[in-house]
Ligand binder design. Structure first.
Ligand code: BES
Ligand code: MN
Ligand code: ZN
Length: 464
């Protein structure tokens, strides 16, 4: 789908003209008002759509009217939603070209909404999805268009990667993708080097798999960086649970357990093009969690990079083990802020559902900054408490801690576990996207499958 700017969408000789209509208001076209509103009582509630044929009375063959809801409630997130609705409708009626006359505000959100809605994962389908060829917007600036497209492409990149079957998206594949990003310097550490770095927790998780682990460090350097940030993505390319094997129904979607990594890769690729004055490190401890004769076992004691010891209580709590070593590595870089993003706990899905990601950390300002940025980006983050009592169930008789404890409060316990591997002087936030990264059924502007959770928020946070 190409997106272009036109002077006047209304006068374009195109297949479909897309018009917005606020509730209890007329549109600027009489023909539409007479038929759609007066005759058919089209109200214009948020996301409602109505198609009319112009029968030669206008330049466009058809007009798609989209409800914008109440004028006073309209904002950038609603813009994203209504454009997304319109694009879905346009694809449904197999339109090829459409022009949007949606006003001058919220251009970036409009573009992102269009690109989210046009997404299909049909690489392995013989019959491909219908896509609009060209859409036009009037009133949008060149800058908004370019930024919107970069965000939209980053999300598509992340969604494609998280949707990719685990047979293809292996640790080596993630490493290869990282190395191919232009404008980013990437170092890959193989198993012997990971051993040398003392990453005993991460190594244990990967040791049962036929596909070796790859530790990925991407660097984006700025001339005069305002600050230095590391973003870490959980990169479990497949989570079978390990010897504490998951039941079939829970394992079904576990190719998505590298959604955090896919997010970091998408963000790094976009950062290289947006070129903000911020130093950004993208870190992924990629591996697979598999059961085999060489797997790590319940009861094993692991030593992380910072020397802390962990008794394995459950091999299915593997993400926090890989993140533990990645967090140590990131803190050792001497950055100001570390943000990790991970499909970490089923408990977070139970607590917040598939709508909201959980966020925790050691710095109020960073957390509230990220929550606000999420809100302005069309995503939802909600802070979960880091009361130290949640750590009680992780106490071990024979090591510094266990990797799991009580089932109750599991998202917070996982957060407190991670905190053990964060240097106190580094500002840190942890984002749990277990519920939001991958949908089993369509939701809002998203089809089932990967959503690109975190991409918009992290990008907006880094470039602001
Ligand atoms: N990758 C899962 C978490 C997850 C669950 C992601 C559902 C997406 C959807 C994680 O590695 C895991 O298995 N967590 C366990 C931890 C438990 C053993 C303490 C869980 O949440 O059940
Ligand atoms: Mn697991
Ligand atoms: Zn996992």
């Amino acid at each position: 789908m190409n997106i272009r700017i036109v002077e006047n969408a209304r006068e374009l000789n195109t297949e479909v003209l897309v018009l917005g209509k606020f509730e209890n208001e007329n549109t600027s076209i009489d023909l539409v008002n007479r038929f759609v509103i007066e005759k058919d009582n089209f109200e214009g509630k948020l996301g409602q759509t109505y198609v009319i044929h112009t029968l030669g009375q206008m330049q466009a063959d058809k007009i798609l009217v989209v409800g914008l809801g109440k004028r006073e409630e309209f904002n950038q997130n609603k813009m994203l939603q209504v454009v997304s609705k319109a694009v879905k409708k346009l694809n449904q009626i197999k339109a090829k070209r459409a022009a949007f006359d949606f006003g001058k505000e919220y251009g970036k959100s409009a573009i992102i909404g269009a690109m989210i809605a046009d997404y299909a994962y049909d690489k392995y389908k013989s019959e491909k999805a219908h896509h609009l060829e060209e859409i036009y917007f009037s009133g949008i600036s060149e800058g908004e268009l370019n930024e919107g497209i970069l965000f939209g492409e980053a999300m598509k990149f992340t969604r494609d990667l998280a949707n990719t079957p685990a047979q293809i998206a292996t640790p080596a594949k993630l490493a290869e993708i990282a190395q191919q990003i232009d404008g980013i310097e990437t170092r890959i550490y193989d198993k012997p080097e990971i051993e040398q770095m003392g990453m005993g927790a991460y190594l244990a998780v990967g040791q049962g798999s036929a596909n070796p682990p790859k530790f990925i460090h991407m660097k984006y350097y700025a001339q005069n960086p305002k600050k230095r940030i590391a973003i870490i993505g959980k990169g479990i390319c497949f989570d079978s649970g390990g010897l504490d094997l998951k039941p079939a129904s829970s394992m079904l979607t576990m190719k998505d357990d590298m959604s955090g990594a896919a997010c970091v890769l998408g963000v790094m690729a976009a950062i290289a093009k947006l070129r903000p004055e911020v130093e950004v490190h993208g870190i992924i401890a990629a591996c697979e969690n598999m059961p085999s004769g060489s797997s790590y076992k319940p009861g094993d004691i692991l030593t992380a990079k910072n020397g802390k010891t962990i008794e394995v209580d459950n091999t299915d709590a593997e993400g926090r083990l890989t993140l533990a070593d990645a967090l140590c590595y990131a803190c050792d870089l001497g950055v100001d802020e570390v943000i990790d993003i991970a499909t970490l706990t089923g408990a977070c899905v139970v607590a917040l559902g598939t709508i909201t990601s959980g966020i925790m950390g050691n710095n109020k300002e960073l957390i509230s900054d990220l929550i606000q940025t999420a809100d302005a980006s069309g995503e939802k983050f909600w802070e979960l408490p880091m009361f130290k009592e949640y750590f009680n169930s992780l106490k071990s008789d024979i090591a510094d801690m266990k990797n799991t404890g009580a089932r109750q409060g599991g998202a917070m316990a996982a957060g407190l576990f991670l905190k053990e591997f964060v240097t106190d002087s580094v500002k840190w936030a942890h984002i749990d996207i277990a519920g939001t990264a991958y949908l089993e059924k369509p939701q809002g502007e998203f089809i089932a499958g990967a959503t690109g959770a975190g991409v918009r928020t992290l990008l907006n946070y880094i470039i602001k």
